[in-house]
Write a protein that binds this ligand. Structure first.
Ligand SMILES: [Zn+2]
Ligand SMILES: [Zn+2]
Length: 380
């Protein structure tokens, strides 16, 4: 299939143009977080950051957007990208970008996570865009491949609706286990040393995740939903976001059960959340960085790319997302030296394009046609 892609090289003023637009857009939307914090920001994050810090970050983002726009003007004879960045940042200043102030916020019954979306997008782009440029796995792969918009929509929705996803993730555990007296278990766990507690948190959630993941692969109806995650041909830092709502709901709800039952201390819980947010992005990233001997201890991009292999023989390998030894334990470990899969994605599946069509499609139809032979399915 012919791909409509844009290839970028250093020094042409194209990258700086896009960086300018990206920062300008983040800044523009951030202003609305200050204007309507009740409905656009999340109480959990407001406890972590201060209004003054966010206002300074916004100022820095706007200034950086102007800087990259100027760089692009100098380097690139075509000025459209730079002018777009300049225009958006000027609009941000007009609507009050330099005058925002944090203020006391009343808690409301519902909110969107626009602050979480913008902060995570900024942080992930800041970490992973340079890594993918300097140490790419697939050199020719453009950032603007044909599926990047769909992946971005997945990213945006899972962040904006953070409150909804948190509720549906936590409800099953509280419903099924809330009535049991768990306080003595919680006290015991919270008295363990931090590293032991952290290891247990990583291990039990990954163990639950492992079996749910394997279940999604070995049952035709559920594979319809999880295979959407496997459908992207272009692995990069946004690709891991592509997960069907049913996949997110079931996987996270199960992984949350041990966290809820064991009741880890908040420092352990928060470390786990932060680690997962970065690590889940890293293992899908288009990078050859492989962390030396650590690849035997912790899941790396190479390890998870094999799970995304286009060759069906390897779909059924490497289900773990943190500890490879869990795959070793259950006979699904595959890490052949330094080699990587030929390609990623699914050749035998047909999906509609775009988030909403992909949301509905697996409920009604199989992307693999009406028949999947069971022998093939067991390999998944
Ligand atoms: Zn999978
Ligand atoms: Zn994946």
């Amino acid at each position: 299939m012919k791909q409509n892609v844009i290839h970028t090289k250093f020094g042409e003023g194209i990258i700086s143009g896009y960086v300018s637009i990206f920062l300008a857009l983040v800044g523009f939307f951030a202003v609305f977080c200050f204007k309507f914090p009740e409905i656009l920001t999340s109480p959990e994050l407001r406890q972590i950051y201060t209004g003054e810090f966010m206002a300074s970050l916004l100022t820095a983002t706007i200034i950086a957007s102007f800087f990259f726009a100027l760089l692009s003007i100098i380097l690139n004879p075509k000025k459209q990208l730079a002018l777009t960045g300049l225009l958006i940042s000027t609009a941000t200043i007009i609507i009050g970008g330099f005058e925002v102030q944090g203020r006391a916020v009343n808690k409301t019954s519902w909110h969107l996570g626009l602050d979480w979306l913008l902060l995570d997008l900024l942080l992930m782009a800041f970490i992973f865009v340079p890594i993918e440029m300097v140490w790419p796995k697939k050199k020719g792969q453009s950032r603007f491949h044909e599926e990047w918009r769909t992946d971005l929509v997945y990213f945006v929705i899972s962040h904006l609706f953070i409150q909804f996803f948190a509720v549906i993730t936590q409800n099953p555990a509280t419903f099924f286990f809330g009535w049991i007296g768990l306080s003595s278990i919680h006290t015991f766990v919270q008295n363990l040393s931090f590293l032991v507690e952290l290891f247990i948190a990583f291990f039990v959630t990954d163990l639950f995740q492992y079996w749910v993941h394997r279940f999604f692969h070995s049952h035709n109806y559920f594979w319809r939903f999880h295979s959407i995650h496997h459908s992207t041909k272009n692995m990069d830092w946004l690709a891991g976001s592509r997960m069907h709502f049913i996949d997110i709901f079931i996987t996270r709800a199960f992984a949350f059960i041990p966290l809820y039952v064991l009741g880890f201390s908040s420092i352990t819980f928060n470390t786990y959340i932060i680690f997962m947010a970065i690590h889940a992005v890293l293992i899908h990233a288009n990078t050859r960085i492989n962390f030396g001997f650590l690849k035997y201890l912790i899941v790396t991009p190479q390890y998870h790319h094999w799970h995304h292999s286009v060759n069906p023989e390897y779909y059924g390998k490497n289900f773990a997302t943190i500890f490879p030894f869990i795959d070793k334990l259950f006979g699904t470990y595959y890490l052949p030296g330094n080699s990587w899969p030929e390609g990623t994605g699914l050749d035998d599946a047909k999906y509609p394009k775009g988030y909403y069509k992909q949301l509905i499609y697996p409920f009604t139809k199989s992307p693999f046609g009406d028949v999947i032979n069971t022998e093939e399915t067991t390999k998944r």
